[in-house]
Design a protein around this ligand. Sequence first.
Ligand SMILES: [Zn+2]
Length: 276
Amino acid sequence: MDCIDVYYSPKQVSCPDSSSPSPRKPALVVANWIEQGLPIHIVEPLPTSRDQIALAHSHEYVDGILNCELMNGFRGRQRDVADSLPWTCGSLLSAARGALNNGLVTCSPTSGFHHAGYETGYGYCTFNGLMVTALALKLEGKVQRVGILDCDQHYGDGTAEIMAVLNIDWIRLVSQEHWSPTDAEPFIDQLPQVVRSFADCDLLIYQAGSDPHINDPLGGFLTTNELAVRDRIVFSVAKSIGIPVVWNLAGGYQEPLARVLEIHRNTMLACVAEYG
Ligand SMILES: [Zn+2]
């Protein structure tokens, strides 16, 4: 691949008054990658419809959020947050389609999915784009089994809850509750086997969170270099077993934000090194 496809629209950005940089991060990350001359190709995503979002959430919750009647994951009812949500979910879904088409990898510069449950938002997350993506692709017959490797520092409780509510057994979720070494050495040692455990899936959704960083205020136990090693292992093992990967950003709360941007840039560099 000459370039890595990045599914980005400015419409996926919002600016709620929040301690989390995540809703602003897509624009900052993409600008940083372009500024640094990384070989990326921006692809305009399609927004998800209300019905697609409601594959993973109750219709009442979806309508309440998009109509700004219910509290979103930022504990507010901001119009710009509501308007961005079909585009954040749409970025991941569009990127996932791209990965299935090219058989290798794509990127969705998104965060704020995995704490969102069937009818609740929490922890900067409103809609669960991971589950919306998996369910939309399953409904279209594009996938039989989907893997979610959630390497954010925190448990994807919303993802697990939606899987339980909808009685889903065709998604393999590995998140902090399932596998949570707290030292770098066992994490790095065990990671190849964890990635290989997704071999029977048609698509791997990889949350390349930057909040497992040892200096993250909400993390963590890995250095910047160890996070880069993590990314290289995920991409190289996934490629060796032939599973397409769509990856996104997930959490990261260090200040200044340049530290978070460095970690996400390293993920893209690892992606380029493996697939470029
Ligand atoms: Zn997190």
